[in-house]
Ligand binder design. Structure first.
Ligand SMILES: [Zn+2]
Length: 257
């Protein structure tokens, strides 16, 4: 059965897309409007990632090893649905405190983020949040909505299978990097990310610390991470609720650390 909320949204567009575009996310169980296939999203992610890496300098071997170790441990703890991605972690030499993840499991962490976090647990909070955006397929969802709203329904529908459509989507992937996630997607990545942390034996309370730190550093010069990951006043309260949810999982897994 096609879940209701997604159907209504897609029916505004066209019944054909409603049938093709509504999928239940295997990780979150939520119904999503997805107009591009996993293969297309993965391809777009890989392309954009290559472009970013070719235009930037790498971090030191020690920095690289640190994020690899944390990233792999979280991915492993995240379990089966997440492991179909081909996960790649890279440190990018850039002073802005930022991190991102592209479809297909391509993760980038700026050296500025490594400087900004106070512990491995805090870094794990950032990486787990990014991994959760991938496993919950937020980029594909965001690009699908964007294709509908910007390109117009006819153009998007017809363009998806043509080279022009592929080019449009590649551009959108670039745009997708700098467009903020929605509030709902942020909540989902927070909750899922904290669960992954707890399963991997990282202290989920570090996620609260990290977001408070970024929010406090706000004002006129908003840290880059917040510009793509909007923080709201209700988020702090939600984060605390998620911590309470996953602390038993953390306590169980932390013992073996
Ligand atoms: Zn986010």
């Amino acid at each position: 059965m096609v879940p209701k909320r997604c159907t209504y949204l897609a029916l505004l567009v066209t019944p054909a897309i409603a049938l093709a575009g509504c999928e239940q996310n295997p990780v979150t169980g939520r119904s999503q409007l997805i107009l591009i296939s996993d293969e297309q999203a993965t391809e777009m992610g890989a392309q954009a990632y290559q472009q970013i890496l070719s235009q930037s300098q790498k971090g030191t071997a020690a920095q690289q090893q640190r994020i690899e170790q944390i990233g792999r441990r979280i991915v492993q703890a995240a379990g089966a649905p997440a492991t179909k991605e081909s996960w790649t972690f890279n440190v990018i030499r850039d002073d802005t405190p930022n991190a991102f993840a592209l479809p297909g499991g391509k993760v980038g962490v700026h050296t500025g983020m490594l400087d900004a976090v106070a512990s491995d647990d805090q870094l794990a909070a950032v990486i787990a949040h990014e991994i959760a955006h991938v496993t919950a397929r937020h980029s594909a969802e965001r690009l699908s909505r964007q294709a509908l709203t910007q390109a117009g329904v006819g153009a998007a529908g017809a363009g998806l299978n043509s080279p022009t459509g592929a080019q449009l989507l590649a551009q959108a992937a670039q745009l997708g990097l700098i467009l903020p996630f929605s509030r709902g997607q942020e909540s989902e990545a927070d909750r899922l990310g904290m669960r992954y942390m707890a399963q991997a034996g990282y202290d989920p309370r570090a996620a609260v610390q990290v977001w408070e730190k970024f929010a406090a550093a706000g004002g006129d010069r908003q840290p880059e991470f917040l510009s793509t990951h909007p923080h709201s006043s209700s988020r702090a309260k939600e984060l605390q609720e998620y911590v309470d949810e996953v602390m038993p999982i953390y306590r169980k897994n932390a013992r073996g650390k």
